[in-house]
Design a protein around this ligand. Structure first.
Ligand SMILES: NC(=O)C1=CN([C@@H]2O[C@H](COP(=O)(O)OP(=O)(O)OC[C@H]3O[C@@H](n4cnc5c(N)ncnc54)[C@H](OP(=O)(O)O)[C@@H]3O)[C@@H](O)[C@H]2O)[C@H](O)CC1
Ligand code: K
Length: 545
């Protein structure tokens, strides 16, 4: 089922009337947290009984949830110590923990070393320092505490093994503290969680963060008010959703009704990108692939992918979609890319094509919804720099849109964001950049995000880290190009609407194929291996498995 996620503002607005009416939301949150904590302690012979639990409690309601959960665990026989990390603590929560026989340390009195010693020796840490009310990273004292816990437990994202860490387990209350609930941006140290129990609805930052390994397993407790949530700000497709968004063949289909994909990728001098794109598109089920390119590219393709058919130029035959840009380095190919952008059918735009679209946007001609731009952060920074330089008022609008999407007021942006800024807060920039460039924007990264013109944003996590190799972008172009062509064919046949948001759905489904091929077996996934795995992975997803 598609996961829905909400910004901190959406969650706060949803809980407001219920809090005013006196609904016991904190009690419900604490209960959900304690249940998950007990589940995590199940590996111990005596479960929660006799376990050492440390609650890191901040000054706000997030700390309140965690303190109440500590009291519940105390009642189940755990030894519970709260480390208070703020200048004050949630009064009722603290009273409940004390009343249940919990022990309390104050960070300002005990110091970071003492707090870290208690935490590092525990079976389980509940991280309740900051939730939706946090701004920026942890402040000095709690940041120092986290650093010390990381040092003495070796728990930081870089060193995590496939099996996770041993003791202590970490359970984050609502969000890992220091990870922005809305944007997922991480400022300063964050204690990596094995699991996060999030309340009312999943926070957008949990799915969109560039550091997904900090979040761990996500469980959502809706506290009985989930039905009141508005439309989600972010969604994430799961494997079982694939057939809803990807046009799979139906009885009676033939090559044209399956969708023909045209490509302008690779060049005589650099044929590789073209080979990988075409190869992947054929394996991703395109009815036919027609490639535009010179003689050297054609001879190479005749050997590597004999299924592909040469087309003299972009206007020569009708296609349902184009995949253009990657490796299209020479002038002749670039002129063909420009023509493909004008062909009026869906386009997968990569590399050189992204720059062309940025120039068009700066000239007041943003791309239509069925153009899918696929930059990584560096390419997007370059494209936005073009827009800001050629059309300053568009640049200003871009930064305004980023602030509205959660960029902190004090973050300096020259005229357009740097690569590092985009990488730190992709959920902020993907939406702002889509406004500036038009089209549907797929921003590649550890977490890939796709923004649609109808306001929908899709998140995608979980690719194997082995996938980051030269050429995997060309393979993705081929897969997504085949998906766009198939979907366009379905629209032409009157079997889909072709609404603005549908192209992002196709992209989200294509990313599931990418994840499947990257995780099908352990180890490296160079493009040749990835391409060979496409048919089986796609077939499995199409069958809803
Ligand atoms: N409202 C409810 O009954 C429910 C809330 N739930 C939980 O509550 C949190 C949100 O709680 P809130 O109090 O709004 O905010 P936080 O607990 O996240 O944090 C605010 C306090 O933390 C201090 N603060 C702010 N920024 C930082 C920072 N960068 N570093 C350290 N401390 C920070 C801030 O202190 P000030 O000095 O600025 O006043 C606040 O005191 C939500 O996430 C849920 O866990 C439940 O959903 C149940 C219902
Ligand atoms: K937290």
């Amino acid at each position: 089922m598609v996961l829905n996620a909400y910004t901190a503002a959406q969650i706060t607005a949803t809980e407001k009337p219920h809090l005013a009416a006196g609904a016991p939301l904190m009690a419900r949150a604490a209960h959900a947290l304690a249940v998950e904590a007990a589940r995590m302690l199940r590996h111990r012979p005596s479960g929660a009984y006799g376990a050492d639990v440390v609650v890191l409690a901040g000054a706000g309601n997030n700390g309140g949830d965690a303190l109440h959960a500590g009291a519940l665990l105390r009642a189940r026989g755990a030894r519970v110590t709260a480390v208070l990390t703020g200048s004050e603590a949630h009064e009722e929560g603290l009273a409940a923990l004390r009343g249940a026989g919990g022990f309390v340390l104050t960070l300002s009195e005990a110091g970071a070393q003492e707090g870290a010693r208690a935490a590092a020796g525990a079976d389980l840490i509940i991280d309740g320092m900051l939730g939706t009310g946090g701004r920026g990273g942890l402040r000095e004292a709690p940041a120092e505490l986290v650093r010390r816990i990381q040092e003495s437990t070796g728990r930081n994202t870089e060193h995590r093994s496939a099996g996770g860490w041993a003791r202590p387990l970490v359970l984050a209350c609502d969000v890992p503290s220091g990870l922005d609930a809305t944007t997922g941006a991480v400022a300063g140290p964050v204690l990596a969680a094995d699991a996060t129990v999030t309340f009312i609805g999943i926070k957008t930052g949990l799915l969109a963060t560039p550091k997904p390994s900090l979040v761990g397993r996500i469980r959502c407790a809706d506290l009985g008010i989930g039905a009141d949530l508005p439309a989600p700000a972010l969604r994430e497709a799961e494997d079982e959703d694939f057939p809803r968004y990807w046009s799979v063949p139906v009885e009676g289909d033939q090559k044209y009704s399956r969708g023909v994909l045209g490509t302008v990728a690779g060049s005589d001098q650099y044929p590789g990108a073209g080979l990988m794109c075409v190869h992947a598109a054929v394996r991703a089920g395109a009815g036919m692939v027609r490639f535009v390119g010179g003689d050297a590219l054609a001879s190479a393709l005749a050997v590597s992918t004999p299924e592909a058919v040469r087309s003299e130029h972009v206007g020569a035959h009708r296609v349902q979609a184009w995949a253009v840009g990657s490796g299209a380095t020479d002038r002749a190919q670039q002129a063909q890319v420009e023509q493909a952008l004008d062909a009026g059918v869906p386009v997968l735009a990569d590399a050189a094509a992204i720059e062309m679209l940025a120039h068009r946007a700066a000239d007041g001609d943003p791309a239509p919804a069925h153009v899918l731009l696929t930059p990584h952060a560096g390419e997007l920074a370059q494209a936005l720099e073009w827009v800001a330089r050629l059309a300053p008022e568009r640049g200003e609008r871009l930064v305004r849109a980023a602030r509205e999407a959660g960029l902190p007021e004090d973050e300096e942006v020259q005229t357009s964001p740097s690569r590092t800024q985009i990488e730190a807060a992709p959920f902020v920039w993907v939406r702002a950049a889509r406004e500036a460039l038009g089209g549907t924007l797929l921003l590649k990264g550890t977490t890939t995000l796709v923004a649609a013109p109808d306001g929908t944003v899709w998140a995608h996590r979980g690719n194997s880290a082995w996938l980051s190799t030269a050429g995997s972008g060309d393979t993705l172009s081929g897969i997504l190009g085949a998906g766009l062509a198939a979907h366009r064919a379905r629209v032409e046949a009157g079997r889909a609407e072709g609404a603005d948001g549908e192209w992002a759905g196709v992209a989200a489904a294509g990313l599931l194929v990418q994840r499947g091929i990257s995780t099908a077996a352990p180890g490296p996934v160079p493009p040749t291996v990835a391409a060979e795995r496409i048919p089986e992975v796609l077939g499995r997803l199409a069958d809803g498995q």
